[in-house]
Design a protein around this ligand. Structure first.
Ligand SMILES: [Zn+2]
Ligand SMILES: [Zn+2]
Length: 555
């Protein structure tokens, strides 16, 4: 008799990090993928546009992959879908707004085929394949139409919360379906995977609605021109800005590509209600008085290329922030972005603008559950095994502790690493191995062609600059015909340092002549001799290690 299979859970991203969420569920030769997101590069990755999960395991098991199910439309959950669909032709399931945002992304990448996209709504149950049935459960988050899931397999049911909070008064739609989480708990849940983002924060996350009340108060009490920076994807926040603007007879202009895109998709689909005549083109702001305007913009994280940053540094083509303007930053900095946000705030103050941000007044609430809410979910679902997800190690650790406090046996709590395989059924669960995993860097059209060596070069170029040595050699007679010339960027300013340049040239020339005299005619030998001669000389004189690049032309 065949042994009954175990369910495998394999995170390919989204644990020990916040970003690029992708979880693989595997049972009986079938694979279900939950979310397929990207992450933003950090400052150790110069020039990198985005970071996606290593999907080798999925590509190697192409024929097993039955579907991708998506919890909500944030980049860290949908950003890698185009890269997956390029390699694997597989249906994608999501709610209306989620699919609207996915569709736009696929269009951008030129791979839209509507046949991929299957619309579901909260409350639906879909039989995906022989072994997987997925029920979609309404949750609250900072974007509408977010769902958690109950994934039922012959080994048992796994509940995944997706990103969630408990908001009793959400802006659009209804409250998280706590009753359903409770029913599932009563029927017996094998494992719970739950959002750990705010596991360090005590209490409850405030309702999104409180931010709207704050906007009303601010708008009603000023005649300043108002700029508000927030996440484009926070559609409910944008709705509240629009509501406050309309009530206070202000027109709304929008700046920033992602903001314009998402507002368009969300209003076509009915997730944003904008009364006619409210939106004006950004070019038209000059036609209105300050107290008639609100400008919604990207750049709440101080991103260098974003609209707010450009406006702050007078680098925006259409609009500039000036003395007397009011800027509201309605977001909190993602860890790591504190400094860039702070720089933008300083710049705005220098311009004479007023700035309201989270540490001054409550113009932002989180989209993620705090500790008491996490306890409610754990208490309702009562899982046999608990896997905290969507968090850095510190968040996963804290969430694991909450699980233990709530009475889950410590040996049944798994703080997983990317690429680990957790095998489970009702009798046992254990980490049984690993699969290929990691981060793939995307730079322009290049996917995965920027690796550690390229990053090291970029860092070295940025930190130490480059010295190029250009010369022409007659390869038949092995004679130096012209050069070497020294060209340098980012090392020292050449014009003010002609003496040093001349010395570098002399060192290079001696090295080449020596190589030729000693019959080392092979160009790669000549190059490496020049490199080491110059490198030693430069280090002795300056204690710097610029990149040295010899170039030989055949004369
Ligand atoms: Zn999210
Ligand atoms: Zn997320």
């Amino acid at each position: 008799m065949a042994k009954k299979s175990k369910l495998k859970i394999i995170p390919l991203g989204g644990v020990q990090e916040i970003g690029k969420n992708l979880t693989v569920f595997e049972y009986g030769g079938e694979i279900l993928v939950l979310d397929c997101g990207m992450a933003f590069p950090d400052d150790t990755m110069p020039g990198v546009d985005s970071v996606i999960p290593d999907m080798t395991y999925l590509i190697n098991n192409k024929e097993k992959v039955k579907a991708v199910v998506i919890t909500h439309g944030h980049e860290d959950h949908i950003g890698s879908i185009p890269y997956l669909l390029r390699s694997i032709n597989v249906p994608v399931y999501g709610t209306r707004l989620t699919l609207g945002l996915v569709e736009q992304k696929l269009k951008e990448y030129g791979i839209l085929s509507i046949s991929h996209l299957n619309r579901i709504q909260a409350g639906d149950t879909v039989k995906i394949s022989n072994n997987f049935t997925v029920e979609f459960i309404r949750v609250n988050h900072s974007i509408s139409d977010a769902v958690g899931m109950a994934i039922t397999t012959p080994a048992g049911t796994v509940v995944h919360t997706g990103d969630f909070k408990i908001d009793c008064t959400p802006i659009l739609g209804s409250m998280i379906d706590l009753a359903r989480f409770g029913e599932l708990g009563k029927n017996g849940v094998l494992a719970l995977m739950s959002d750990s983002t705010n596991a360090e924060r005590p209490g409850y996350t405030m309702s999104e609605r409180t931010v709207g009340e704050k906007f009303e108060e601010i708008f009603a009490n000023t005649r300043q021109r108002i700029f508000i920076a927030t996440f484009a994807s926070n559609v409910d926040r944008v709705q509240q800005i629009i509501n406050a603007a309309v009530r206070n007879k202000r027109k709304v202009a929008v700046s920033g590509r992602s903001m314009v895109n998402i507002i368009e998709v969300a209003s076509i689909l009915g997730y944003l209600k904008i009364p006619e005549g409210t939106l004006i083109p950004i070019e038209d702001v000059k036609k209105y008085h300050d107290h008639q305007l609100v400008i919604i913009t990207t750049g709440s994280q101080g991103e260098p290329m974003s609209a707010l940053t450009r406006m702050a540094y007078s680098d925006h083509r259409k609009i500039e922030i000036t003395r007397g303007d009011l800027v509201i930053i309605s977001a909190s900095p993602i860890p790591g972005n504190e400094k860039t946000v702070s720089n933008v705030i300083n710049e705005l103050y220098k311009k004479g603008a007023d700035v309201i941000h989270q540490s001054i007044t409550e113009v932002h609430v989180s989209g993620h559950a705090c500790r008491e809410e996490l306890k409610i979910i754990l208490g309702l679902v009562k899982p046999q095994y608990f896997i905290p997800v969507h968090g850095e190690e510190r968040h996963l650790k804290r969430h694991a502790e909450i699980g233990a406090e709530m009475g889950i046996d410590k040996k049944n709590i798994f703080r997983m690493e990317i690429g680990q395989v957790l095998e489970m059924d009702r009798s046992s669960a254990k980490i049984s191995g690993t699969v290929p995993s990691g981060a793939v860097l995307v730079d322009g059209y290049g996917v995965g062609d920027v690796g550690n060596i390229v990053l090291k070069d970029r860092k070295n170029l940025a930190e130490n600059g480059i010295i190029m040595v250009v010369m022409a050699i007659d390869s038949r007679n092995n004679r130096l015909v012209s050069g070497p010339e020294i060209i340098s960027r980012g090392f020292i300013y050449m014009r003010d340092n002609e003496a040093i340049m001349e010395e570098l040239r002399r060192v290079a020339q001696t090295s080449v002549q020596d190589s030729l005299i000693s019959k080392q005619h092979d160009w790669s030998t000549i190059k490496s001799n020049v490199k080491s001669a110059l490198s030693d000389f430069v280090y002795e004189g300056t204690h710097r290690r610029p990149v040295i690049l010899p170039v030989i032309l055949d004369a």
